[in-house]
Design a protein around this ligand. Sequence first.
Ligand code: ZN
Length: 342
Amino acid sequence: MTSYPRPSPITSTVDFGVAEGIQHGYLKLPVSVDESAWGAVMIPITVVAGGEGPTALLTAGIHGDEYEGITALHSLAATLSPEQVNGRVIIIPMANLPAAMAGLRTSPMDKGNLNRSFPGNPDGTVTEQIADYMNRVLIPKCDVALDLHSGGRTLDILPFAAFHALNNDWQERSCLAAATAFSAPYVLKMVELDATRLYDTAVERQGKVFVTTELGGGGTSTPRSVEITKRGVENFLIHNHILEGDITPSEELPIYLDMQSADCYIQSEHSGLLEMMVTLGDRVETGDVLARVYDMTRTGVPPVEYCARNAGILMARRFPAQVGMGDTIAVIANEVASLERK
Ligand code: ZN
């Protein structure tokens, strides 16, 4: 009788049992497609082991068009040496490789959004198989996990490290401490639109210390956004005593942001031309006009106005100038003095 679920079909060319040294290899996912009958999706992975210490799992490219994290982890994999490391660093710059190679949020192989595919399925689509491997093989190996996102092609987002409200008091405090140590200009206590199938939720359920980030957007990166990301990754490893040294703080004092509910996501009920009225990082009052949407099919029609439902800071905005039904136009977060549990 075969047990279910069966083992992951993904195999690794790196040996996770090696205690010291650096390995660059692949996670190999067998596929049989028009271009390659006996082929494999080859997801690059680097493991840097330096003896005793915790294991950090660093991931980016769960969405393929979010370049700050993808760039920072490629840079780290090319520069980190085992002599610097106490413990182990597992680096996966492009977790959804087919999406990253296509420059898209989701996989062109199955339209899978890796961050909506957890806990995954070994018998599912390519994307579900990647999620299953991460859930059952990679997450259990780590003590702490950092997942790097940004807005991708359709959003621009303030640079922040984030954590979630958790039932476990120790775990939530540890996540807040690690997010603060990342030293992005903003720290956010994040409320998700739907957390059910996120990687975040999969990691948190396994009791790990987890930090997620948003670090820019628009389907590109800037010198500043990549610098914040590289610094944050290094700070995260220092905070967890995997790298030695002192935390490099942000140039400005960090701003703490909270989201009371999913109400702070302003989503469009029209299609048309988007005119943003506030800039990312601006402070707004309740009722302030955030954006106007013009009907592009005719002239002479006044635009529809979208207003802030709460006071706070514009933390995310739609990036393209055209907007459709249901698209998130703006997200307003509350500025708070502290994010400590009460
Ligand atoms: Zn993302």
